[in-house]
Design a protein around this ligand. Structure first.
Ligand code: TRP
Length: 442
């Protein structure tokens, strides 16, 4: 069976960046930051990106490109007859469960596109009540999530490459631009500086013990790590691509988008708050609604608000789509290659499973939150831990060197390679385990 490759360099980076940048950055990052008490969360988050985010992305790239196979098949090829294949299977299951709640948020984005286009968003008297109204209508949420799931399935069936490249080349820069405009508007509101302080000035009284687990989970979630997503994408990478550079570029871009989202949401949340004395505790106690409540308020402070919100939510939906495509692709290719079913049948099976899970998430916020917690805070870090151990201890060093140097065509220092393997063998696993243990006892 011949497998497609991302020929151009931009194609590879685009696909990986398209997977990483999504609702995780713009919706999940702000609410986790709020819940984690602000600046401390961000510092630990950045530490996680640096200590195991980038190295693990590189590991997934190495596994994917050297095996040229799907999540589970990769471990079969590189470690035939061993139990490592369960790491791939765990990843596939994580992907399915993530879609089970992520698609619901994608559905919310659609709802906000419709409200923006219809002009009703700028007329609602209370943005919190407006969001809660949506939450109180599970059937509507489910219909929206099913629509988004079908949209994703459509792209998977019709071959993803072109769509993703186009989105990355045009939509992502546009999204970036609008985020910068929104950030400028937000920090120039009167009273915005309290939000900047919340984001960047660590305050001990805001610190919660769960902040380490939260930040670690967010790092995995945002970089699409720990579930073999980047393994599957890297299986399409051509041999010219510099894996180290790509992992760095994608991680930096992803982190910038998340920080920008923070710089938009928090100054606006503080500046537009009804009650300045309770806003910090409200934010910390907050929930998944932050983006959808705060942003309409910010658009309200801009001329042509309906136009801005339409543009923003459309771009957000596209960013989410390139992420859901990567999630669905992993599960689909796994079924297609491991069970020898046609691609169409595989997509049908995955779609059905996702909309069933999505029904539960739409009707029960407890289920929604449980899926989010289980995947981001447990399954992805566990997957990442094993991927780190796999490349550090099990994978043939020759394969690692060949992948890092593009078959010796590109010089890479011995110290770099040794240091990298040391991180995977000891540092990253120890850090992940320490955070887990702290989370259990803290
Ligand atoms: N990283 C994406 C986001 O931030 C979501 C995502 C796509 C993902 N593929 C993934 C998360 C794989 C974990 C694993 O929105």
């Amino acid at each position: 069976m011949s497998r497609a490759t991302f020929v151009s360099k931009i194609g590879a980076i685009a696909a990986a960046a398209g997977s990483a940048v999504g609702l995780g950055n713009i919706w999940r990052f702000p609410s986790e930051t709020a819940g984690g008490g602000g600046a401390f969360f961000i510092i630990i988050y950045l530490g996680c990106i640096l200590f195991f985010g980038v190295p693990l992305m590189l590991s997934e790239f190495i596994i994917g490109r050297s095996s040229k196979s799907n999540a589970a098949g990769a471990f079969h090829i590189l470690a035939s007859g061993t139990k490592w294949k369960y790491v791939g299977r765990l990843g596939v299951l994580s992907g399915l469960l993530i879609m089970g709640f992520y698609m619901v948020v994608c559905g919310w984005t659609l709802h906000y596109i419709f409200q923006s286009v219809a002009g009703t968003l700028s007329n609602v008297p209370d943005f919190t009540a407006n969001f809660e109204q949506l939450l109180q209508n599970p059937l509507k949420q489910w219909i929206l999530m099913v629509s988004f799931t079908f949209l994703t399935a459509f792209f998977i069936i019709s071959g993803v490459k072109k769509g993703i490249e186009l989105s990355a080349k045009i939509m992502m820069p546009l999204l970036f631009l609008i985020l910068i405009i929104l950030a400028v508007r937000s920090i120039t509101l009167t009273g915005a500086s309290a939000g900047i302080d919340f984001l960047f000035k660590p305050k001990l009284e805001n610190l919660k013990p769960s902040v380490f687990v939260d930040a670690m989970g967010q790092a995995f979630f945002s970089l699409s790590l720990g579930m073999a997503c980047m393994i599957t994408y890297a299986s399409y990478f051509s041999k010219e691509i510099n894996l180290t550079e790509t992992a760095l570029q994608v991680s930096v871009l992803d982190t910038l988008v998340a920080l920008l989202a923070g710089v938009i949401i928090f100054p606006a949340a503080f500046a537009l708050a009804q009650n300045q004395t309770t806003i910090t505790s409200e934010l910390i106690a907050g929930g998944p609604g932050l983006l959808f409540i705060t942003l309409p308020g910010l658009f309200d402070q801009m001329p042509l608000s309906a136009l801005w919100s339409t543009l923003f939510f459309i771009l957000l939906a596209i960013a989410a789509l390139t992420s859901t495509i990567s999630l669905m692709e992993v599960v689909t290719v796994y079924i297609h290659e491991e069970f020898k079913l046609s691609r169409a049948k595989s997509v049908l099976i995955v779609t059905t499973a996702v909309i069933i899970l999505g029904a539960f998430s739409s009707f029960s916020s407890v289920f929604f939150k449980a899926l989010d917690f289980l995947t981001a805070k447990i399954m992805l870090p566990v997957g990442g831990l094993f991927i780190s151990l796999f490349v550090g201890w099990h994978l043939d060093k020759k394969i690692i060197v060949a992948e890092l140097t593009n078959e010796n065509s590109k010089p890479v220092g011995v110290r770099f390679i040794k240091g990298y393997i040391f991180i995977l063998k000891y540092l990253a696993p120890a850090a992940i385990l320490a955070i887990f243990i702290y989370g259990l006892v803290g």
